[in-house]
Design a binder for this molecule. Structure first.
Ligand SMILES: CC(=O)N[C@@H](CCC[C@H](N)C(=O)O)C(=O)O
Length: 382
């Protein structure tokens, strides 16, 4: 069984070579290499031609009543790491700033254990590309990856959480994470000389107005008891100070804890786009793409079992958490299969997606242990 030193070595390797969504070639090669060193007797490794960076592993149960799925995500973010760690990212402008290196290592630790201790039920491990964007979970589902013996009766997955103590487990009944919609707004007007605004149609001003008006959506259009977030993380326009920009592009993300909320915000963003087009006499295209980022809704029965198990396990520090506005395309898979998503505490003062994010590695072995214990408990259950 991989000890904590071996797990940390794996995690540090993964951390140094992060790759963006659907480009995780070295990552998946490394994952397969590590799995290739495990005892193979109960394992079947599968790759998918149309989703080449995905890896699935089937573990044959000794007396199966069901197939339990376990998913982890493998992609990284376009963030330049500033941790200064001696194992910091060697891939410029790319970082495991959301802790997917931790997720992969935990999954490998669990898989390693079951490769040596044949489980009673069948297990399916899914090392999923493209969680941060590009809808890897949905893509896999639509390719029919989970058909036949690869279809889990129940599916589990975790996300790391820097706000929780290292190695603790957090979860809740109901919605754990928000649904998200990616939004891209393109505004087209007319470029020109900075000195002659009357002859041009300035899209820096129109884009600013669009962004300002959108700030009223959460404060004025939605029920204050419910939650919604709109963040524009990227704005681009223009080439130089003295040329009026004829085009602007805004990229953002919308979050809501219910699908109704997401749809309500989506429709307001479209309507504001139409208003800006009329008032500025320009073209405004509002593209909305939810992809597979549906709200992460935990299955009540399975999640109750999960929470009861973790709460009654004196080796686990369990924390009941509030819903979070993070998104996860595991939400899509949980709309197809019953299951549970939960947090693994990694305790850090930096938040997810920050360039100084440094999860505590002690959380890895604790997470592996707690999840193995849960899977064993689940296999002993009807
Ligand atoms: C856990 C986490 O941080 N997930 C990402 C998921 C991204 C969703 C989608 N690409 C979007 O930006 O809307 C997050 O940003 O919450």
């Amino acid at each position: 069984m991989l000890d904590s030193k071996a797990l940390i070595e794996i995690r540090r390797h993964l951390h140094q070579f992060p790759e963006l969504a659907l480009k995780e070639y070295a990552t998946s090669k490394y994952i397969r290499h590590i799995i290739g060193n495990f005892k193979q007797e109960y394992l079947e490794i599968r790759t998918i031609e149309q989703l080449p960076t995905a890896t699935l592993v089937y573990v044959k149960g000794s007396n199966p009543k069901r197939t339990i799925g376990y998913r982890c995500d493998i992609d990284a973010l376009p963030v330049t790491e500033k941790t200064g760690l001696d194992y910091q990212s060697k891939n410029d402008g790319c970082m495991h700033a959301c802790g997917h290196d931790i997720h992969m290592t935990v999954a490998l630790g669990i898989l390693n254990y079951f490769s040596e201790h044949q489980p009673k039920d069948n297990l399916v491990f899914f090392f999923q590309p493209a969680e941060e964007s590009e809808n890897g979970g949905k893509l896999a589902y639509e390719l029919g990856v989970f058909e036949g013996k690869w279809c889990p009766d129940e599916f589990y997955g975790l996300h790391d959480n820097p706000q929780l103590p290292a190695g603790s487990i957090g979860c809740r009944l109901g919605t754990l994470f928000a649904g998200t919609t990616e939004v891209n707004v393109t505004l087209k007007g007319k470029g020109g000389h900075a000195a002659y605004p009357q002859l041009a149609n300035d899209m820096v001003v129109a884009a600013s107005e669009y962004i300002n008006q959108v700030q009223t959506v959460v404060s004025r259009s939605i029920d204050p008891i419910q939650s919604g977030v709109i963040t524009f993380g990227k704005l681009s326009a223009g080439t130089i100070r003295n040329v009026i920009a004829g085009e602007a592009r805004i990229e953002g993300t919308i979050r809501g804890l219910t699908q109704t909320m997401i749809e309500k915000i989506d429709s307001r963003l479209k309507a504001i786009g139409q208003g800006i087009a009329i008032s500025f006499g320009c073209e405004v295209e509002v593209e909305l793409n939810q992809g597979g980022y549906l709200p992460v809704e935990n299955n009540p029965e399975l999640t109750k079992k999960f929470i009861d198990f973790m709460q009654n396990n004196n080796q686990v520090d369990f924390i009941e958490t509030a819903p979070a506005m993070t998104g996860e395309d595991f939400g899509y898979l949980l709309h197809k299969f019953p299951g549970t998503m939960f947090w693994l505490g990694v305790e850090d003062s930096s938040q997810l997606h920050s360039d100084t994010f440094t999860p505590k590695e002690a959380s890895i072995s604790k997470g592996v242990k707690a999840i193995i214990q849960f899977i064993e408990f689940r296999m002993s259950n009807k």
